[in-house]
Design a protein around this ligand. Structure first.
Ligand SMILES: [Cu+2]
Length: 294
């Protein structure tokens, strides 16, 4: 059974005609759920393929084949273990509550079903029971909220000091990745701009500034456990520190139009010296925009 899709062909086909929806048949053939199998082996010395005509040969596999022991893809950011712990704790609490309430629902539906000769009694409810099933979930919700506050504050409430910055501009249906050019500043003619193909250094905090040109998108890197909306008119800062080299998937996690499902990119985590080498190569390729006439 071959469920892999030609990720690069899909992305390349989409590049340059962002407002044309892809053929419906292609959208329908996308297997779900999928996990991204890294095309670049961990620690590989190969630089990532550049944006133009990239063909790193990555392929999507059914999640079960990628990792049968865990439901989640391998976490490769400093905060992914904390997110996973929170996920499994919340899943356990809500899972038990779900099973208990559904079991009671079926039990009562069966136990008190209409039967001949049995007259229904009218009940107005039970205040004590209602208090219990309101207060217990409320207390559990507060406890879950309090226990996740530290992790949440660490991820969303601060940006660790770093000189590594990337600006990501989302649009239908494309991720535009901006790096400071040789002058070390954004919004200048020598900025490096790459579509749907991002590279980052490993073991180094990176500040990501998210923007959107049109509608709300959501920058989602499952392997980092990082998901953040990109909202038109706002610049939203997030950060990540990758812990393992390799190639990972970027997805849009906010339904943003007909081509939403094709709004994918790849993210390559490189050793710091390889990253610097790659960035220098990209800088050398930049054709500065002509200065506007005075
Ligand atoms: Cu989107």
């Amino acid at each position: 059974m071959n469920q892999s899709v030609d990720f690069d062909a899909r992305r390349d086909a989409h590049r340059g005609r962002h407002h044309t929806p892809p053929p419906a048949a292609k959208l329908l053939t996308c297997p779900v759920p999928v996990a991204y199998k890294p095309a670049v082996a961990a620690g590989s010395g190969d630089p990532p393929a550049s944006a133009a005509g990239a063909s790193p040969g990555g392929e999507f596999l059914p999640r079960g084949e990628a990792d049968s022991m865990h439901w989640l893809p391998e976490g490769v950011s400093t905060y992914s273990p904390s997110i996973d712990t929170m996920f499994y704790v919340i899943l356990a609490v809500t899972g038990v509550a779900f099973i208990v309430t559904e079991a009671l629902l079926f039990y009562f539906a069966l136990r008190y079903r209409a039967r001949q000769g049995v007259r229904a009694t009218y009940t107005h409810g039970n205040s004590r029971l209602e208090m219990i099933w309101t207060i217990v979930p409320a207390v559990m919700l507060v406890l879950l909220g309090l226990s996740s506050r530290r992790v949440w504050g660490d991820i969303k409430g601060r940006i660790p000091p770093t000189d590594q910055e990337v600006v990501i501009v989302a649009s239908q249906f494309d991720w535009e990745i901006h790096y400071k050019g040789a002058d070390g500043q954004f919004d200048t003619p020598d900025d490096v701009v790459i579509h749907n193909d991002m590279s980052l250094p490993v073991n180094k905090p990176v500040k990501i500034r998210l923007r959107s040109k049109d509608v709300i998108h959501s920058f989602f890197v499952p392997a980092f456990r990082l998901k953040q909306d990109a909202v038109p008119g706002l610049t939203i800062d997030v950060w990540v520190e990758a812990t393992k080299t390799g190639t990972y998937e970027i997805a849009c996690a906010e339904l943003c139009g007909f081509g939403h499902g094709t709004m994918r990119g790849q993210l390559t985590v490189l050793e710091p010296d390889e990253f610097q080498k790659w960035l220098k190569e990209q800088e050398a390729n930049v054709v500065p925009a002509e200065a506007p006439p005075a």
